[in-house]
Design a protein around this ligand. Sequence first.
Ligand code: ARG
Length: 468
Amino acid sequence: MTDKSSNAQSSNAMWGGRFAAGPDAIMEAINASIGFDQRMAAQDIAGSRAHAAMLAATGIVSDSDAEAMREGLLTVLSEIEAGSFEFSTALEDIHMNVEARLKEIIGEPAGRLHTARSRNDQVATDFKLWVRDQIDAAIAGIEALIAALLEQAEAGADWVMPGFTHLQTAQPVTWGHHMMAYVEMLGRDRSRFSDARARMNESPLGAAALAGTSFPIDREMTAKALGFDRPAANSLDAVSDRDFALEFLAASSICAMHLSRFAEELVIWSSAQFRFVTLSDRFSTGSSIMPQKKNPDAAELIRAKIGRIFGANVALMTVMKGLPLAYSKDMQEDKEQVFDAADNLMLALAAMEGMVRDMSANRESLEAAAGSGFSTATDLADWLVRTLNMPFRDAHHVTGSLVAMAESRGCDLPDLSLEDMQSVHGAITGDVFGVLGVQNSVASRTSYGGTAPLRVREQIARWKEVLK
Ligand code: ARG
């Protein structure tokens, strides 16, 4: 960041009329946002170009002035993109940096660009455009991750694994079913982002400082040019709310929370104790001291990202609470939180997609674990209900006794003999062994939304259709 010393020492070029002296260096440091809001340069220039075209169309400025502004703004954009633009802290923010450079390039007409506009509607517009782009990026990232999960689900639609509650073996499920659980979560994340996008897509531009303007502007025109559905209907609201950014952060927090849960499962599953999955070398790291180690660092970092993303949500909620209408400078603190959250969400989505694409599920380990821990005890109880017409509570009790017997002998339920079973309940027949196998167990759970491979494949097909 270089300072144009003339600006730093004399009063500000944009409002110098009222001021005799320039700001203290500390004032400048606390006030400036150019260090971060330069990320909105493209949006700022798009907004200004739309505004300039509208000013000409409504006869507020001449066609030739507007043309000069629009062309000059493109030059500014190309300088910023090329990295040759000199950002100035004295010029505070991206809006004034761009306008000042435009003045250097096109001269007098640049001074007419800010007619019927304020930095308040300008920044709200820029920021909305930026957040809208991030929503689109988040949706694309989620869809790519869903596609990777669908591949995993399809490959292992009928592979059995233990399903857990309390991280204790509960009932066997299929690998495909477990993958599809995350597809459902991510599907809702995707719709949260698109709901937020639809709600936020109203243009603040033309709200001016807070009250609107006496110039005969055309807000429909600028709204349309910037891809908004309509202009925002209340100028006070348009310049002063940041709920669109908060919705983005809330949706990001929930999505990151889902990623964090999955990441935790990958950490557990890739351990030597579980061996459910093998992560690729491309998404693992080694240890500098322990040669045998292969660490799931990407998963751990994804697991941690929720912290900063949720932190950003809390921070911006806290900034906004209690602010009187309309704009207050507090609101300049909105951007860094959202920038950081967006960067980290996109990174987490991409890393998760890469990990899921690369990982291999260890079918044998999954299957071996699926049958342990008396995972088909519920199937046994259900059999007693179905075959012997026993009330479920009684069946639960009989099964519990059989589990205790197996446990005391150090074996699994299918290892008990028919005589063992009949010693607990005389009416049990040899048919019962048919439901004690994990394959039969999962195949029997055909209720809608259940883990049966048949049902899982239906859901995979549905999601492929959705993503088309
Ligand atoms: N840099 C400011 C921000 O991010 C732009 C708006 C400034 N408006 C004002 N009235 N000081 O919020």
